[in-house]
Design a protein around this ligand. Structure first.
Ligand code: GLN
Length: 303
């Protein structure tokens, strides 16, 4: 497949949509990003990477990192995690508090904020330094040792972090957060602040297309765990738009409010797209459209 020509065609087709929607404003450091950016990259299972537009330009990964934290927590700590977080779509916004009380402090899934806080808490217990573990993992899998936390973004999110603090304290009241909440929040905000390009993210996510094998050929997850992670991405990776994403794109995917989305074609490749303007659910408008075109033009969906 000529991925480069394909990505150039998609970039051209979705150009009219680039800038529709609004960049995340609730984290002030993200509100100033140029909404006119668009990049897209594909990494095949052998590590070849192809791209179009701003595919080598770093952006704020935000919730896309929830995938990598979950993979590490499962790989180091196993299935115990699933006693503390579910695997059902929430049907609610990613930062919603509303289900948590009805469901006794157990978040619906690991890809909404409450669930990701539980995952980070688990990773913190397992490693003593959750955010550095995630950063080190991303550096290794992408091959880019320059990846770093964006201090300004982490600080901005911390300053405006009342909602995440509320989620964490509320879960702590049910005993579902065990580390001190301020420590947990710091690690969570650091993790969300990591900046990567589409090329970096597509390369880093390849273990999901390689049935659990890392870039160096060692095993991170069993084949079954990789299948399970892809399934949770498919059903929960784009919050209360996961049904629509499955309908349009038909791939496991995970979005972030920085405008990035990763998608996985198991056994074949990973795709990362970035464009900062978001729809009401917090997913990149041009990004979802580009992935829709990708699977429509190639037939590379899981369906
Ligand atoms: N850091 C963001 C938050 O916690 C991540 C949300 C997202 O990307 N959906 O609100």
């Amino acid at each position: 497949m000529d991925y480069k020509a394909l990505l150039d065609r998609i970039a051209q087709e979705v150009a009219p949509l680039v800038g529709s929607g609004t960049p995340a404003e609730y984290i002030p450091a993200l509100a100033t990003v140029d909404p006119g950016r668009f990049g897209m990259a594909v990494a095949d299972v052998d590590g070849n990477v192809y791209g179009s537009g701003d595919w080598e330009r770093p952006f704020s990964t935000q919730s896309v990192t929830k995938v990598f934290a979950l993979a590490l927590a499962l790989s180091l700590g196993g299935d115990d995690l699933w006693e503390r977080v579910g695997r059902e779509p929430s049907g609610n916004p990613f930062n919603s508090l509303v289900q948590l009380e009805y469901e006794n402090g157990i978040p619906r899934n690991p890809f909404i904020n409450a669930g990701a806080l539980v995952v980070t808490d688990r990773l913190q217990t397992l490693t003593g330094d959750a955010s550095s573990e995630v950063l080190g993992f991303l550096r290794q899998e992408s091959g880019n040792q320059e990846l770093a936390f964006a201090q300004e973004v982490a600080a901005s999110e911390s300053e405006h972090g009342d909602r995440n603090a509320a989620l964490a304290h509320f879960m702590a009241s049910y005993g579902n957060i065990v580390n001190p909440v301020p420590v947990l929040l710091d690690h969570y905000f650091w993790q969300c602040s990591i900046e990567m390009s589409c090329a970096d993210l597509a390369l880093a996510a390849r273990f999901l297309a390689r049935h659990g094998l890392r870039a160096d050929g060692t095993r991170l997850l069993t084949r079954s765990e990789a299948k399970q992670m892809n399934a949770v991405m498919m059903t929960c990776g784009t919050y209360d738009a996961a049904g629509e994403f499955a309908y349009r794109v038909g791939l496991p995917g995970k979005s972030g409010v920085g405008g990035g989305i990763i998608a996985v074609v198991p056994g074949r490749c990973t795709v990362c797209v970035w464009s900062p303007a978001l729809d009401e659910q917090g997913n990149s408008v041009a990004g979802v459209a580009a992935l829709d075109r990708f699977t429509t033009l190639t037939g590379l969906s899981v369906f």
